[in-house]
Ligand binder design. Structure first.
Ligand code: PLP
Length: 400
């Protein structure tokens, strides 16, 4: 018998070597108690959270929690069915209405996760004989959506407009083409040049999908994302998003102005063949989305946090993923996985949680300490975070 697990041996070996150094397992941390969007108890210690996707701090919003409790009382704990059968409640429709209003678009479709939204939309709209043209650093859910469909896949160099244009020019003029982009790339926290990319895509007759998972709620005047900030939202055919980041719960969605969009509800398998979100989840999402429409003060404070942390870390001598702060994510580049894990652990001992990111999730084989800020971090907390980075960095020898 061939052991089907033997393909994982190199990863098992790498993990055992790392843990043999005595470092805490960075992928097995338990949040023992969560006190607020920015503070939790980990290993019995009060810890500042700088590695969540809770960009707008909505998880403890009073109105959001009240809406969830009310829906739980009135509609029960789950729908036990697909959206196309018994799983569409009033709350799902209200959530879709909130999304349509948030993006000022004609159609909104709520999925059970953002992962499923990418999986479903990409695999369904790009079929046999069509092309999906995607940034090489695209999220796993985009790649998996491509794998699930029958279209030809063409990747281009990260954020490179010329490379995208060249690839598009090589494709048959009359073939169906879907260009898939992200607003913010979550590993380095860098923003896509959507304006130029959408222009070359449209010139080549392609439809455009933008995943705004890491920009919704924060970037753009109304928090609609990078396409809004760059003035090109009207040229985007499909916006994909998630409730698991700024919205503060779980779920995914696609919004669009395409006149035939509603047919997706019958042909998109990751929408049809899975249970719909629980009523409490869609109630929290709808309430949060409506509050995010009026979140301009929070957005301004989050930008301030991002600028202060970026400058502070650079001044301390850390190597960062971007020259300027471009989003709520600031990536600190580590020399290698071992030192990255040591630094991660040293920060945890200081009472600071960040994400340790490593290949294959990261580009160019990098090990990163990904810091993601929250609108609920106070400026004092950001100062405290910098102090903890300085102490840990000196202890591990990452900075002098
Ligand atoms: C760019 C991007 N798209 C989609 C997703 C999936 O979102 P969800 O957590 O809702 O499945 C993520 C999650 O990390 C993401 O980073």
């Amino acid at each position: 018998m061939t052991d089907l697990f033997s393909k994982f041996d190199p990863l098992i070996q790498q993990r055992e070597t790392l843990l043999a150094t005595g470092v805490t397992d960075p992928y097995n941390l338990v949040m023992e108690k969560v006190i607020s969007p920015t503070v939790a108890i980990c290993n019995g210690r009060e810890t500042i959270l700088l590695g969540t996707y809770n960009y707008m701090g909505m998880t403890f919003d009073e109105d959001v929690i009240a809406a969830g409790k009310d829906a739980l009382d009135k509609f029960g704990s789950g729908t036990t069915g697909s959206r196309v059968l018994n799983g569409t409640y009033q709350g799902h429709k209200e959530c879709e209405e909130a999304l349509k209003e948030f993006y000022a678009m004609d159609h909104a479709m709520v999925f059970s996760t953002g992962y499923q939204a990418n999986l479903g939309i990409i695999s369904t709209i790009a079929g046999k004989g069509d092309y999906v043209i995607l940034d090489i650093d695209s999220h796993a859910s985009i790649y998996d959506g491509c794998k699930m469909g029958d279209a030809e896949i063409v990747a281009f160099r990260h954020n490179d407009v010329d490379a995208l244009e060249k690839r598009l020019k090589r494709l048959p003029a009359d073939a169906g083409k879907l260009v898939v982009l992200e607003g913010v790339y979550s590993m380095l926290g860098d923003v896509a040049p959507l304006k130029e990319m959408i222009r070359v895509s449209k010139e080549a007759g392609a439809m455009v999908l933008v995943d705004e998972a890491h920009s919704m709620g924060f970037i753009g005047e109304n928090g609609r994302g990078v396409a809004e900030a760059q003035g090109v939202l009207d040229d985007v055919d499909f916006v994909i998003g998630t409730f698991s980041k700024s919205v503060g719960t779980v779920g995914g969605f696609c919004v669009s102005n395409h006149p035939k969009f509603e047919i997706m509800r019958l042909v998109c398998r990751p929408y049809v063949f899975t249970a719909s979100l629980p009523p409490s989840v869609v109630a929290t999402a709808a309430t949060s989305i409506r509050k995010l429409m009026h979140g301009s003060n929070k957005r301004a404070h989050l930008w301030e946090n991002s600028k202060v942390l970026h400058k502070g870390l650079r001044d301390l001598g850390f190597q960062l993923g971007t020259d300027e702060p471009q989003s709520a994510i600031i990536a600190v580049i580590m020399p290698d996985l071992e030192q990255g894990a040591m630094m991660w652990e040293a920060l945890l001992e200081e009472g600071l949680y960040v994400n340790l990111a490593r290949p294959p999730a990261t580009p160019a084989g990098m090990t990163l300490l990904r810091c993601s800020l929250c609108a609920e971090h106070s400026i004092d907390q950001v100062g405290e975070i910098l102090g903890r980075f300085e102490r840990a960095g000196k202890r591990v020898g990452i900075i002098g």
